[in-house]
Design a protein around this ligand. Structure first.
Ligand code: CUA
Length: 321
């Protein structure tokens, strides 16, 4: 059975493998078995009750109530069971752990750009350690893409103007395919890459090797980590001239992860998407007690610069500014 299954799906290499595959196999067997049983019954009835046999006339019509209840209640029970099981697997995949190893993913026609917190950048390649939760924060520079690693059983749309997330814990070392599973233009089918899962010590070594390369080119805004880039932008754009205590705009110290209250009476937790929105569409949510005066930085900053600002603002706590 497993070998047959792996004709359709590749061998699983993440912690989602077993729950996802068990559920899929159960669904396949259930649907296949039901279809088979229905067609067998149709075939038997066609032969047995064909009008030339006269069989139908031998049985007077009656209401087989027990049978009717049975074929209503049993499938209903099965559907509820599937709902419960599927929800469990779904929630496991959707519950992104906050403390996972952060990786920034940018999709663009037609490549994947990946970045580690130390500033190590990769194109269509991703190096991660085995046995550790990895958390991907993803955005698109143009159209909708979809980040897909079949061997890890994960897939998530990557959208322009909004962050989406994925996470996984790889269970095996090796190289696994990255695909784009959303038709995104002419070279969609070439928007592929590889994840390399390494032993933790090898990964540390890889990080060190690639950090030296990134750090050796000074005075270029595209190098260094996202946080450093964010700090540069924050200073260059003079965000602090408004965003400070007693300033014209709310202080950003400790803003991340806290409830924000708005002029229209609503509130929301300041997550990554809230910070992103506040930079590119500042009028969308106006913090209570402040005027709607911030200009939009849409088009003035690259997606990576915006991401850097978000990462930098996330670090603001205590007595900076
Ligand atoms: Cu990107 Cu398909």
């Amino acid at each position: 059975m497993m070998n047959l299954f792996h004709l359709i799906f590749p061998a699983a290499a993440s912690t989602f493998g077993t729950p996802f595959d068990n559920f899929s196999i159960f669904l396949l067997v259930l649907c296949g078995g039901t279809t088979f049983a229905i067609f067998c019954t149709i075939f038997v009835f066609i032969v047995k009750y064909h009008h030339t046999t006269g069989a139908a006339e031998q049985f007077p019509l009656r209401k087989p109530q027990v049978l009717e209840y049975a074929w209503t209640v049993i499938p209903l029970g099965i559907f509820f069971f599937l709902f419960w099981w599927g929800t469990r697997v779904y929630l496991q995949i959707e519950s992104v752990p906050a403390q996972g190893l952060p990786i920034f993913v940018m999709g663009k026609q037609w490549m994947w750009e990946l970045e580690h917190t130390g500033g190590q950048k990769e194109i269509n390649e991703l190096h991660v350690p085995v046995g550790r939760a990895v958390r991907l924060t993803m955005i698109s520079q143009d159209v909708i893409h979809s980040f897909y690693i079949p061997a890890f059983r994960i897939k998530q749309d990557v959208l322009p103007g909004r962050y989406t997330y994925l996470w996984f814990t790889a269970t095996e070392t090796g190289r696994f395919r990255i695909l784009c599973s959303e038709l995104c233009g002419t070279n969609h089918s070439e928007m592929t890459g590889w994840v390399t899962v390494m032993e933790p010590t090898d990964y540390e070594h890889w990080l060190e090797q690639n950090a030296s390369v990134a750090g050796s080119i000074p005075d270029h805004v595209d190098d260094g980590s996202l946080v450093e880039l964010g700090r540069e932008i924050f200073e260059k754009k003079q965000c602090v001239s408004c965003h400070s205590k007693e300033g014209r705009a709310p202080s950003l110290i400790g803003v991340y992860g806290h409830e924000q209250f708005f002029e229209d009476g609503t509130s929301a937790k300041a997550d990554d998407n809230y910070l992103l929105e506040s930079i590119v569409r500042p009028s969308a949510k106006i913090v209570r007690g402040y005027p709607d005066i911030m200009p939009s930085f849409q088009g003035q900053l690259t997606d990576r610069e915006v991401r850097g600002l978000v990462e930098y603002i996330k670090t603001l706590s205590g007595d900076q500014l």
